[in-house]
Design a protein around this ligand. Structure first.
Ligand code: ADP
Length: 487
């Protein structure tokens, strides 16, 4: 087996702090609900705080929307539907293009707010979340006047009012994934961001307002689970699009059963990242890091199960450990940071609990020596070896920077292991053989299979799952379908 020269890792680089400035960012002390083209106070006058997960300081207060507020928003969306759906695709497209351009213009501000409110490294919000969000609006703006080509020989009609509920891991990006196709196809929307990361959605509301889009077409309301449930249960909502935990997804599926509501669910995952012995090992190690430590592992399609072919397992694990020693955990606003803050105290507890479970079940843990800032929610990048299929950390979604590593000998074995999960969202295959890639993509039960890369997103390409990872696709031509009906 190839031995690696350990000295090459010793000369680790150290970096001076390089914090992104926050001076250009405007955050209000308190945000209201965006309903019917206006920012309005919540009916019960209640507000809740959103905190910076890297220092626990309050950033702003946001409104808690009650059932009555949800009703107001749905009614506004209902009233706006006729005008918006009858507008020509070209006109609708103009507004959506305008939103895309406004996001680009204010990309720096959005990036900083995303990192402040959610804890993700500024490098990721700046280079991934915000550009991709703009990209989604650009892409679907282009479809708005071409729907007859998207569905040849059929006449697509908008569904009506879409209730959209999004999670805290990619706040602005998920808002874009939901809003852009809904608007392009002529639907009106009530959108609710997650309670721990509402700020970029509220900034987006300001931009949407600036775009001049007719009032009531987009309504953005804040609140927690109860507000979400009120959207799901509202009789005049015609379509629910939900991204979040499998538990809440199951609840929503029950709540909408027997109604006429269309439903798409993008839920949890336990992605298999598979390294064959013929893979380019150094690239694969980078790919493993990106698969599980990107966005602190708060990624439904994260490569949280690693399968390494036995002949290269020692080499891969050793290189991975060395690489993990160089990862910088800390201030999300520092441009050198690789792993930011865990989104909430609650999520940190969940992750820490899973780490305990892994240890109690006999897993062997490795964590590099990380220096954490004083306050805030921090978790070191973590890997477990000596685990098997029945371990809970192999079966259950942790949604944190925790990787479970197993080995395999044959293709059939790894296919069986990779598919042995209730989820079916993502997988990755690392090999130099194209034929092996095609074989694996046929065999893996996953909505997305990446080859020699991981966690790559693109507005033009469909994203979604099988089994308990949900159903329906977002992105690409496929992403239009949940928002149209045919006569
Ligand atoms: P997590 O558990 O990972 O925080 P959730 O699935 O609870 O993720 O949250 C995703 C989104 O679903 C959030 O916007 C949250 O407020 C919302 N939500 C939570 N509970 C419900 C519910 N019962 N009905 C509708 N939406 C809900």
């Amino acid at each position: 087996m190839t031995k690696i020269n350990k000295n090459i890792f010793k000369a680790a680089w150290s970096y001076d702090e390089a914090p992104e400035s926050t001076e250009h960012v405007q955050i209000k002390k308190q945000y209201d609900l965006y309903i019917d083209g206006k920012f309005v106070k919540p009916s019960k006058g209640k507000y809740f705080a959103t905190f910076n997960p890297s220092d626990h300081k309050e950033i702003a207060k946001v409104a808690e929307a009650t059932k009555e507020d949800v009703d107001k928003a749905v009614k506004a969306a209902n009233r706006a539907f006729k005008g918006w759906s009858e507008l020509s695709g070209k006109e609708r497209g103009k507004y959506i293009f305008r939103i895309a351009r406004l996001i680009q213009e204010r990309a720096r501000e959005f990036s900083v707010i995303e990192s402040l409110d959610g804890g993700k490294p500024i490098r990721e919000s700046r280079d991934i979340d915000i550009p991709l969000a703009a990209n989604h609006f650009f892409y679907y703006a282009g479809w708005a006047d071409k729907l007859e080509y998207a569905f040849p020989n059929r006449k697509p009609k908008p569904v009506g009012v879409a209730g959209q509920i999004i999670p805290w891991n990619f706040p602005l990006l998920m808002a874009a994934w939901k809003l852009a196709p809904a608007l392009a196809t002529g639907n009106t929307v009530v959108l609710k961001p997650a309670e721990t990361t509402p700020l970029t959605a509220l900034k987006l509301a300001e931009i949407i307002h600036e775009s001049g889009i007719p009032k009531g077409v987009v309504n953005i309301i804040t609140g927690a689970g109860e507000t979400g449930a009120a959207i799901v249960n509202h009789p005049n909502v015609d379509k629910i699009a939900f991204t979040g935990s499998t538990g809440v997804g199951k609840y929503i599926q029950k709540a909408t059963a027997g109604t006429n509501k269309k439903l798409t669910l993008e839920l949890g995952g336990k992605g298999a990242n598979i390294i064959f012995e013929d893979a380019a090992i150094d690239q694969a190690v980078e790919g493993i890091v990106n698969a599980i430590f990107f966005n602190q592992g708060h990624v439904c399609c994260a490569g949280s199960r690693l399968f390494v072919q036995e002949s290269v397992a020692d080499l891969v694990i050793e290189k991975l450990k060395r690489r993990m020693e160089t990862l910088i955990v800390g201030n999300p606003l520092d441009k050198n940071t690789d792993i930011g803050a865990i989104n909430s105290k609650k999520q940190l507890q969940t992750i820490e609990n899973y780490i305990k479970i892994g240890l109690n079940e006999g897993g062997e843990i490795y964590q590099p020596n990380c220096k954490f800032p004083k306050n805030g929610n921090w978790c070191a990048p973590t890997l477990f070896i000596n685990v098997s299929q029945s371990h809970r950390i192999v079966q259950e979604e942790i949604f944190g920077p925790v990787l479970a590593i197993q080995t395999f000998r044959t293709i059939d074995e790894v296919v069986e292991k990779a598919n042995n999960t209730p989820f079916g969202l993502s997988a990755g295959v690392w090999t130099e053989k194209g034929s092996k890639i095609f074989h694996m993509t046929q065999k893996l039960n996953a909505g997305i299979v990446w080859a020699n890369t991981f966690n790559k997103f693109d507005a033009t390409s469909p994203f979604g799952g099988y089994k308990e990872s949900g159903f329906g696709r977002e992105g690409g031509l496929h992403g239009l379908k949940p928002y149209v009906k045919f006569e």
